[in-house]
Design a protein. Structure first.
Length: 177
């Protein structure tokens, strides 16, 4: 483990825990050894009860001036670019690369093995399931609503494209993909 200068690590933070490396073999889970480390650059802050897993083979890396709020999970082999800030309860799965000058809002989740460009903002409670290759603001999710209303809307959500095409056809507009 390498910790840079002027790094603030709040109580309960865990740096260098085993990553969630598992392989299914002959009907049982086998633990894959996590042999890498954790590298934290200069001027970083790591919030209370945040966990940063060590890398499987290489290192999990926080570049300079990364700011992590409380209760964040950073998976094995993640790399977070300089000057990025991540709010509480976010989770970054293994082998994800986050660019520089990014903002990840509270409760956001990023699945593993993704690339996030520099200067990306991910909104609160968003789930990132694919690479974000362009700078900008990204959001997902639906606001809370009564269960009955949510169920109707969730069922209709899958039909939105078909409905939009029908409306365009009725209005005499082109149905471009």
């Amino acid at each position: 483990m390498k910790i840079g200068s002027r790094v603030l690590i709040h109580p309960g933070a865990v740096l260098g825990a085993d990553g969630f490396g598992l392989a299914f073999d002959q009907g049982a889970w086998l633990k894959v050894p996590q042999l890498g480390g954790v590298v934290v650059g200069d001027d970083c802050e790591i919030g209370a009860n945040t966990t940063i897993d060590r890398g499987a083979l290489g290192d999990t890396v926080l570049e300079d001036d990364v700011r992590l709020d409380n209760q964040i999970q950073i998976g094995h082999n993640v790399r977070i670019g300089a000057h990025t800030a991540i709010a509480g309860c976010a989770a970054i799965a293994g082998s994800t690369r986050i660019g520089r000058h990014c903002l990840i809002a509270g409760g956001a989740g990023i699945i593993g093995h993704l690339e996030i460009a520099d200067r990306v903002t991910v909104g609160a409670m968003s789930l990132v399931t694919h690479d974000l290759r362009e700078p900008g603001e990204y959001v997902s999710g639906t606001p809370i609503q009564p269960k009955r209303e949510w169920r109707k809307n969730a069922a209709r959500f899958g039909q939105l494209d078909q409905l939009a095409r029908r409306v365009r056809k009725l209005l005499g507009e082109r149905n471009d993909e």
